[in-house]
Design a protein around this ligand. Structure first.
Ligand code: HSE
Length: 411
């Protein structure tokens, strides 16, 4: 018989409420003892004795053996999670930014105190990708992981592409539906996808990378020109994080918009759905698809972690512990589409090869090969220019065959 879990829940927002709805419909030997919230004056749908604004009522309560942390304050989340782990309580968290920023410390805390931290709900909502990367692909050589990891930006792209809805209205809808982060720049700027990528890469490759070292550019400068261009070529634009093993010693990570054609899995991933493509040596290509945001989909992943704790499941971080000589690098060449305003930006980026250059009125773009490091060096200039960049293998005439060494053609 599995052990009874007595839960202290932090946060009662979209995911917290989604989790509560799911738990209450099942007979799971799980009890939510107390819920800690930030705003005690807000009207709640549950009896008031369940709520507190004092975190110590949960963290110091010996009757609570499990903490579920679903708040959106990164540093407060880290404090709660580390205190719980170091006082013998297992934890489930969906705070991707907190986990990505503090992953090494969190691994160490679990090791030192013999407690478990699970976070399936932090990466791609309902898609069970972390436990798969951790367990299933243990013996498989993973060439790459990529996909759509952010529901809000995909929602905005789908609304624009399929329904011609403007960017601001689509973002407002994503916020109203509870998909977007408190600061939506996290979503549209590719930060949220990057945090999830960093977590996934730790389980896939055993490489723990600092998020600030990973390049991310989002869809915030997407224009009608870019959409029109994609349509004319029968392509769609998606925001795609990529983790790719370049050779036995190097792994590259980055987040960029990408043109996708109709033969690619990601082409039909729309709205708040996410998709993860795993390219493995022997299994070849595999595709995971499911809702990436929203209370019930994310709540279902959180519940799955809670259920796993009934059997004392822990991530072993086997690949990180056995880490051979695999290091993170930004030294790769990628083919990009750059729509820009200032010609000097093109010069500064020092394209290694230009496949196509076009200008007509205020629409100017260039397609060519570039070193990722040049994008990193010029990131603020790119944002100031409101330039839009997308990963563009198809447009540069590169085949879609599996990757060659030292390039980032991932599909
Ligand atoms: N803001 C996130 C998204 C929520 O849109 O994907 C789920 O992590």
């Amino acid at each position: 018989m599995s052990k009874k879990l007595t839960i202290g829940l932090f946060g009662f927002g979209v995911v917290g409420q989604g989790l509560y709805d799911i738990i209450r419909t099942k007979n799971l030997n799980i009890e939510i003892v107390k819920i800690c919230i930030k705003d005690g004056s807000k009207k709640r749908t549950l009896p008031s004795h369940l709520f507190t604004t004092d975190k110590n009522e949960l963290l110091n309560n010996p009757e609570i053996n499990t903490i579920v942390e679903l708040i959106n304050d990164t540093e407060a989340a880290f404090e709660i999670v580390s205190r719980a782990l170091s006082t013998g309580k297992n934890v489930v968290s969906a705070s991707k930014k907190m986990i990505a920023l503090h992953l090494n410390e969190l691994i160490e805390l679990q090791h030192n105190y013999g407690t478990s931290l699970l976070y399936e709900g932090a990466v791609c909502g309902s898609i069970p990708i972390i436990r798969n990367l951790e367990e299933y692909y243990d013996n498989e050589l993973l060439h790459s992981i990529c996909g759509i990891f952010n529901g809000s930006s995909n929602y905005i792209l789908s609304k624009g592409f399929i329904e011609n809805l403007d960017y601001d209205s689509a973002l407002k809808q994503a916020q109203d539906l509870g998909f977007a982060e408190t600061d939506p720049t996290m979503d549209v700027g590719g930060f949220d996808a990057k945090f999830k990528l960093v977590i996934a890469a730790a389980h896939a490759y055993g490489v723990v990378v600092k998020p600030e070292e990973v390049f991310n550019l989002g869809i915030q400068s997407l224009s009608a020109y870019d959409l029109q261009y994609a349509r004319e070529k029968n392509l769609k634009i998606k925001l795609v994080p990529v983790a790719k093993e370049l050779d036995d010693r190097h792994v590259a990570l980055f987040v960029l918009p990408k043109f996708v054609n109709e033969t690619e899995f990601l082409y039909n991933v729309e709205y708040e759905y996410n998709g993860v493509i795993v390219q493995a040596a022997f299994a070849d290509q595999q595709f995971f698809f499911g809702k990436g945001a929203g209370g019930h989909p994310t709540g279902s992943a959180v519940l799955s972690d809670i259920a796993a704790l009934r059997y004392d499941y822990q991530y072993e971080y086997k690949k990180a512990k056995e880490k051979k000589d695999l290091n993170f690098t930004n030294d790769i060449e990628i083919n990009i589409y750059l729509r820009y305003v200032d010609d000097d930006l093109v010069e500064a980026l020092e394209f290694e090869h230009i496949h196509e250059r076009y200008y007509s009125g205020s629409y100017k773009f260039v397609i060519g090969k570039i070193n990722l490091q040049k994008l990193i060096d010029n990131q603020s200039r790119i944002l100031e220019d409101k330039a839009f960049i997308a990963f563009a293998d198809q447009l540069a005439g590169v085949s879609l065959a599996p990757a060659k060494k030292q390039t980032a053609e991932v599909f």
